[in-house]
Design a protein around this ligand. Structure first.
Ligand code: SF4
Length: 204
């Protein structure tokens, strides 16, 4: 991992609080029921952030707890990871769980554009079974933003390529295109700087 990014993550004065795609932190919330190891020591670096006095309750914790109570969500208890991260000002997010999608779930593709287009009602998200899941993705994005409000989040580390979290590319009609996920767009509109796991894997 590049030294300046490592410094950015561990310097709690520069980045008061951080949001991070939960799947990059070892929470098995991806569509296939797996996590996505960033492969760059991201978790280890985040664990070097100083533990701070609790400023909870944390809305993201409540959203995970609500998801875990649903019968269509099967993932190992994320509480230990949530505790470790929230104590250090890192808020794990999974907009697709927060939008009431199941886990595991079928993958979904944009049709007509990316997250910007979806928010402008010029695109839709369709899952592999042909169901329109646009509303769940929009709900998840808005619930995520609401859960992060008031915590002084300045930086988000997001999973590249995801229809929710992608920053530079997404999948549209089966093809990778330059574009942004729907939650990623709302985070940017809120003034939050976005990086992806790919920024951390360069020169690691
Ligand atoms: S919505 Fe984001 S955090 Fe959740 S599994 Fe997809 S990429 Fe990871």
């Amino acid at each position: 991992m590049r030294a300046e990014l490592q410094e950015l993550l561990t310097n709690a004065e520069k980045t008061h609080c951080i949001a991070c795609s939960a799947c990059l932190l070892g929470i098995c919330c991806r569509y296939d029921g797996q996590s996505k190891n960033a492969g760059s020591g991201l978790i280890e670096v985040l664990l070097k952030r100083p533990v701070r006095p609790s400023s909870g309750p944390f809305p993201v914790r409540k959203l995970f707890q609500q998801a875990m109570r649903r019968p269509d969500v099967r993932l190992p208890d994320p509480a230990p990871i949530l505790d470790e991260m929230l104590a250090r000002g890192v808020h794990p997010i999974c907009p697709e769980l927060f939008g009431c999608l199941s886990c595991p779930r079928l993958p979904a593709d944009f049709h007509g554009g990316d997250g910007q287009a979806l928010l402008g009602q010029n695109a839709v998200l369709i899952d592999r079974a042909g169901r329109d899941v646009s509303q769940q993705f929009l709900d998840g994005a808005r619930n995520t933003l609401e859960a992060l409000a008031g915590f002084g989040i300045t930086l988000a580390i997001l999973k590249e390529g995801s229809p929710s979290c992608g920053v530079r590319r997404v999948q549209c009609s089966g093809v990778k295109i330059p574009g942004e996920g729907v939650t990623s767009v709302l985070l940017a509109r809120a003034g939050i700087r976005r990086l992806t796991e790919e920024d951390f894997s360069q020169d690691s």
